[in-house]
Design a binder for this molecule. Sequence first.
Ligand code: GDP
Length: 300
Amino acid sequence: LVRLRARLARSQGTLGKGLLAVLGRASLDDAAWEEIEDTLLAADVGVGPTDELVEQLKTRMRVEGIKDPNHARTVLREELIALIGPSNDRSLKSTGADGKPGVVLVVGVNGTGKTTTVGRLARVLVAEDKSVVLGAADTFRAAAAEQLQTWGERVGVNTVRGPEGGDPASVGFDAVQKGIADGVDVVLVDTAGRLHTKAGLMDELGKVKRVIEKQAPVTEVLLVIDATTGQNGMTQARVFGEVVEVTGIVLTKLDGTAKGGIVIAVQRELGVPVKFVGLGEGVDDLAPFDPEDFVDALLE
Ligand code: GDP
């Protein structure tokens, strides 16, 4: 975790430094506040949250008569944490009921890091002594099932696959059936992310979920978003949010962008919390998202 924090700080440091440099000035005139706004917008924080943060900062700097840069830093830290939502429940909902496994659906556009996320989540769960089965319901992308199975072998869990080009919903069904038969704790289901048409996506994802729920309730739907895609990622988030009830966000590739403000924008857009962040391609590079750690890394 320390290593992850250091990596995050390296990629995100410019945002924090930029804000602190301006806030530390002797007088904060309109130009200074504009600079703060520009810095936040450039980091993909989004217009609404930027306005909100700037208003809060302006008020507090004035009311509290803040002159000392350290004090300004404390205020900025507090307000960023407040904006991200420190009290959101960010735990993975993976506990089943009635002796059945919890079922976690992982959705998102191809290339965002879905399969990698499923593999790394399996590793996290296994490390917590939970038994896991993987479902390779991304039957569209030729290499996806293979890739998932490789992850499964690495982590030491079984992967349920179907024929290439087969019905994703039936793979989901089979995976949950195996999970129940084997008495495992969690079934993690990888899905296809073809954004060809919204109706097509809705049909496919909706069906996967419905068919799975003939056997056990889906306890979590995680939407994977690539942090480097900015507005594009936001558009995807909106579409997925409309077709399936997303309960948590995984923001991957935060190591590849200095625009960490997307964390704020994306959860504002969907109204659900970021639960995990990806900070590299390695097996251990998925971290639970912690607002305080994140802000500390920004301001390091
Ligand atoms: P999928 O098509 O959504 O299943 O995406 P994959 O899981 O195949 O991932 C696509 C690419 O993104 C792979 O090369 C991954 O190694 C890479 N990737 C996934 N997560 C991260 C991350 O957090 N950071 C970085 N740098 N690369 C990532």
